[in-house]
Design a protein around this ligand. Structure first.
Ligand code: ADP
Length: 256
């Protein structure tokens, strides 16, 4: 067996992960893995543990039991490599919005996360920042203040900030929060391009089930436990969605 290959094939691996806040059990026996090139959507009801799961993968929360392996190492042992997890939070923090920062400054802050807080950017750093802005199609906004942009444009800035850190995987928490409905499909098209054209591994939490069902390769259905994990086309049906959300919700699916 090729050890190197087996190490890199699974970028993220969770084995029998349990997590509780005090007596409130939030995740139970969660196991799944993310491979290079994957494009995964995580869906589930509110309170189903999605944000907690992301925080565990980011190493911000420690599981009560079970293993979390990222880039071949237990997540707690990651040092500089941690910066290669590109994380895009639900929305910019109030600080980022109110602070008079330009798009360029915000995107470059993704490069500082690599640990070189006080050093001057090298030529390579600057190239990576430019590339990130180009890919996210925000170069034309570089000198604009972040609070002058629309929700969708801001979200692309956040993605560019994550890309500037040369991530191996991009993790997004409800990326279309604050993006108007008419721009959402366009936004998912942009994510799909990042995956298909640029080969970036992507995992995100979303409520836009009918859009993402046609976009992602795999879905993780999460409600404390993994209800199922597999190809989106096999899981978007009444039985699974009732298991996940109960039978109170009506879904309509649009095939593109
Ligand atoms: P989701 O993202 O799927 O809506 P969360 O992971 O945010 O779910 O929350 C899962 C459960 O954990 C909920 O019951 C929530 O009330 C609880 N929870 C979330 N954050 C905390 C916290 N910081 N302290 C205590 N309980 C929390």
């Amino acid at each position: 067996m090729n050890i190197f290959k087996s190490k890199t094939e699974n970028l993220i691996e969770l084995k029998n992960v349990n997590f509780s806040y005090g007596f409130n059990s939030v995740l139970e026996d969660v196991s799944f893995s993310v491979k290079v090139g994957d494009y995964i959507g995580i869906i589930g009801p509110n309170g189903g543990g999605k944000t907690t799961l992301l925080n565990i993968i980011l190493g911000l929360l420690k599981p009560t039991s079970g293993q979390v392996v990222v880039f071949g190492k237990p997540v707690g042992q990651l040092k500089k490599e941690r910066a290669q997890i590109g994380y895009v939070p639900q929305r910019l923090s109030q600080l980022d919005v109110n602070f008079p920062a330009t798009v360029y400054e915000i995107v470059s802050s993704g490069r500082t996360a690599l640990g070189n807080l006080f050093h001057q950017f090298t030529k390579h750093d600057k190239e990576e920042i430019e590339k990130a802005m180009e890919i996210a199609k925000i170069s034309q906004f570089r000198d604009k203040l972040i609070n002058s942009l629309s929700g969708g444009e801001r979200q692309r800035v956040m993605i560019a900030r994550a890309l500037a850190g040369s991530p191996k995987v991009l993790i997004l928490d409800e990326p279309t929060t604050g993006v108007d409905i008419s721009s959402q499909e366009q936004f998912y098209q942009f994510l799909a391009d990042l995956n298909h054209k640029h080969g970036l591994t992507i995992m995100f939490v979303s409520h836009d089930i009918d859009i993402i069902a046609n976009e992602v390769h795999s879905l993780l259905l999460l409600n404390k436990k993994v209800i199922s994990f597999g190809p989106a086309k096999d899981l978007i049906n009444k039985d699974y969605l009732e298991q996940l959300y109960g039978n109170k919700i009506n879904f309509t699916f649009h095939k593109h």
